[in-house]
Design a protein. Structure first.
Length: 165
């Protein structure tokens, strides 16, 4: 019963509630560290068309695959959660600002491998927002999620515009 309140039943990742609790603890420990943390917000692109064109069971499978890709990309010590719908959040603890580019490149490589071998009529992709918090950072988890959410939607809009051009 407790596991059901901490994890997302579809993907097996942490849910919003457990992510916020775990992230708050990491933020409290942050000032003791010599390295900061990165927060990634990943929105699975084109989820509505997947559901509309191929059915909700295929949409569920896309979410399960997205979760597996995130697990393969990030460390076991990182906190990965499904915030809801098609949004995922990752807290990479003990990182440097330059780690963001490395992790985004690793995620893209994993997406490319998945899309090359997946026998599906669609490809998975993410719109991503990311922010770094230094060890002396003062932001709260909620503030950081809000900031990264805005960045992620800018990426999503620019990606959509690039597709329509």
């Amino acid at each position: 019963m407790e596991n059901q309140t901490l994890s997302d039943s579809l993907t097996g990742l942490y849910n919003r509630r457990s992510f916020l609790l775990l992230a708050e603890e990491q933020f409290k420990l942050l000032h003791r560290s010599l390295q900061g943390l990165l927060l990634f917000l990943c929105d699975l692109d084109e989820m509505k068309p997947i559901n509309d064109n191929f059915g909700h069971s295929e949409g569920d499978q896309a979410l399960i695959n997205a979760a597996a890709l995130l697990r393969a990309t990030f460390r076991n010590s990182d906190i990965i959660a499904r915030l809801g719908d098609d949004e995922f959040v990752i807290l990479a603890v003990g990182t440097l600002p330059t780690t963001a580019e490395l992790l985004q490149a690793r995620l893209q490589a994993n997406l490319n491998k998945h899309n090359a071998r997946a026998n599906r009529p669609y490809k998975l992709s993410f719109s991503i927002g990311v922010a770094y918090v230094a060890p002396d950072g003062k932001a709260t988890v909620e503030e950081l999620i809000s900031t990264v959410d805005k960045e992620m939607y800018i990426a999503k809009r620019s990606r959509g515009k690039a597709r329509s051009d």
